[in-house]
Design a protein around this ligand. Structure first.
Ligand code: ARG
Length: 608
């Protein structure tokens, strides 16, 4: 299905050609003066140079050819040579009707499908998940879904940090706390216990304690380093403890990610890359890429045209240890072997930019990935508190994700209880869905690379570009549709009529942008642009809704047209929030019923 811009362009191209001008000048875009027109073409201005004619003369000729064209309500040339376009109500209705029938509302990605690995989440096993990981999970999940929607084969990998010093710290802290465990008995030869020597809550407490201790106790730190090295060289006891840590930690992480509606196809980690490291580094040495520098092995990454000096990438430290970059390179070796991806997308804090530049360049130089592979680093900014500094707890510590979510739910719940019409169960159920939508949408609606201020008051508000506002809009439409069907009418075989009000046409025009917006969201990997679109559609719907008596309309044909239009609006909005991994209450379930009801009464209360 052609996009609406393509349909308009086609008509303009024909007109330019009929007048003897090159078709390439018939470029159409959304109007930047929506008060004057809906779409515009500035091609006559460009053509004027080639044909040595006044631009308005060209525009006049082109417009004359299109005067009677049924696609346009009005097409006019405006000095010095712009072509302003207003579509006919019929053409817009035809287009949105076509959208309702088409797969994915007509959005098609013209590229041939690619295999893409999205590396996101990036939690560090056994360490608490903090708000820094929230952005990676939330943005990454959306980027992954957008890639999939565009027809790519997408593999999401959580890429856990599971091979670092935290493991040695935990092992040694455990030794101090429970020296009687068989892992610490050098003489022990039997089978190690199948059950972990700690629960998740103990583990959560062990790591910060060990980390604090290591900062004061140099001997302890030394032991932790040794234990880490022992683990990395395959020591049986350390490996057995590591496996327990991983099992307990992964189960907990899964729960956390589930709560965020984030899920991974692969639960791999840095440890999976370790077997590839020795041969990979050797190959870099053999190829003459890696050379010794102050005892370490390094690879130069400086390229012609770089505006600043980039330090070489260290692939092996002087003590023989592997580094973060080594492990990311070896992970690429494995990914190439197992999946042969055409593209990679990594999500991490933007302060890791240099790291990824190093990894990408070395990977290409060393032939680990092929030269055409697309490698993208999506670096995200910091989530700040209202004071403009990185988000902290009240006591100044790093905010843990589950606490953050609990805090938001509580804040929303409290506000709801001010609204006396709601009972406790309803308020709890609603707070959960509003809170999560507020949190995720609050993050996704900002351009990922920018820092943003976490402002729960604003995120949880029903006004402005917020998650709750979007959910409210969808639930509002659902409630109209429910009332409509409850009165015995059906949602089948409806079609949208040409608009009979400005707000109705505006809603159709905003829906009609879907394919173009999706194309930009996909190529730019920019969920925030999807949020802008969602917000625009929601505003357009609410404008239409305030202007139009949908359920009270007595002209049945008219009413059917309205219903068809809001069905499409709902479907498009639901598709969009699905791409953001934000959930809306589904009316089939009990809690959702409560959520829906709660959401509407809460929104009405807030908006009063
Ligand atoms: N674990 C890392 C961190 O907490 C993020 C991992 C990002 N992904 C990668 N392949 N390096 O900062």
């Amino acid at each position: 299905m052609n996009t609406i811009v393509e349909k308009i362009t086609e008509q303009l191209q024909n007109a330019f050609a009929e007048c003897g001008y090159d078709r390439k000048y018939a470029k159409v875009s959304l109007s930047n003066r929506p008060d004057l027109c809906e779409y515009q073409c500035n091609g006559a201005m460009a053509a004027a140079k080639e044909y040595k004619k006044a631009p308005f003369m060209i525009a006049d000729e082109v417009v004359a050819k299109l005067d009677k064209n049924p696609l346009f309500d009005r097409i006019e040339s405006v000095k010095p040579g712009f072509i302003n376009i207003i579509l006919s109500g019929q053409a817009v209705a035809d287009y949105v009707n076509e959208m309702t029938q088409a797969k994915q509302f007509g959005y098609e990605n013209p590229e041939k499908p690619k295999t893409v690995i999205v590396d996101y989440g990036g939690a560090n096993a056994a360490k608490p998940l903090h708000v820094g990981h929230l952005r990676s999970a939330v943005i990454g999940e959306s980027v992954k879904r957008i890639q999939r929607f565009a027809g790519n084969k997408v593999i999401g990998d959580v890429h856990l940090g599971d091979w670092g010093l935290q493991m040695g710290l935990i092992i040694e802290e455990l030794r101090d706390r429970k020296p009687e465990l068989p892992y610490f008995d050098e003489q022990f030869t039997g089978e190690y216990p199948a059950e972990a020597p700690f629960t998740i809550s103990e583990l959560e407490e062990i790591y910060p304690a060990a980390s604090a201790k290591s900062k004061e106790d140099a001997a302890f730190m030394e032991r932790a380093h040794n234990a880490t090295l022992k683990l990395q060289s395959g020591d049986k006891a350390c490996t057995a403890i590591w496996k327990h840590i991983m099992a307990v930690s992964k189960a907990d992480l899964k729960k956390n990610y589930d709560n965020l509606n984030v899920s991974f196809d692969l639960w791999k980690g840095e440890s999976d890359a370790q077997p590839y490291i020795p041969s990979m580094v050797q190959e870099m040495i053999d190829k003459g890429l890696a050379y010794e520098s102050q005892g370490a092995m390094v690879v130069d990454i400086q390229e012609e045209g770089d505006t600043k000096e980039l330090p070489p990438c260290i692939v092996r430290k002087s003590d023989g240890a592997a580094l973060y970059a080594t492990s990311d390179l070896a992970t690429l070796v494995e990914r190439e072997k197992l999946y042969q991806p055409d593209a990679y997308i990594y999500l991490a804090d933007k302060r890791q930019e240099l790291h990824f530049t190093q990894v990408f360049r070395v990977a290409k130089k060393a032939g680990i990935v092929n030269p055409q592979a697309e490698m993208t680093f999506l670096g995200f900014g910091t989530m700040n508190g209202k004071d403009g500094k990185p988000f902290k707890t009240r006591s100044g510590g790093v905010m843990r994700l589950e606490h953050l979510i609990a805090d938001i739910n509580e804040a929303v719940y409290k506000k709801m209880m001010e609204n006396r019409t709601m009972d406790e169960e309803e308020a709890r159920a609603t707070a959960k869905i509003v809170g999560l939508a507020a949190l995720k949408y609050g993050d996704l609606s900002n351009q990922a690379s920018k820092d943003y201020v976490f402002d729960i008051e604003r995120f949880a508000s029903f006004e402005g570009n917020t998650g709750p506002y979007i959910l409210y809009t969808i639930v509002r439409i659902k409630s109209i549709l429910n009332k409509y069907t409850d009165s015995g009418k059906t949602l089948e075989n409806l079609s949208i009529n040409p608009a009979d009000s400005a707000t109705e046409k505006a809603l159709m025009l905003s829906l009609a942008k879907f394919s173009e917006i999706m194309a930009a969201v996909y190529t730019e990997k920019a969920p925030h642009k999807l949020c802008q679109f969602i917000y625009e559609v929601s505003n357009a719907f609410n404008g239409f809704y305030h202007d139009t008596k949908i359920l009270a309309e007595t002209d049945e044909a008219k009413q059917k047209g309205y219903i068809a239009l809001i069905c499409l609006t709902k479907a498009v909005l639901e598709q969009c929030i699905e791409l953001l991994a934000i959930e809306c209450p589904r009316s089939e379930e009990h809690t959702s019923e409560l959520q829906s009801r709660g959401l509407i009464s809460y929104a009405v209360f807030c908006l009063k």
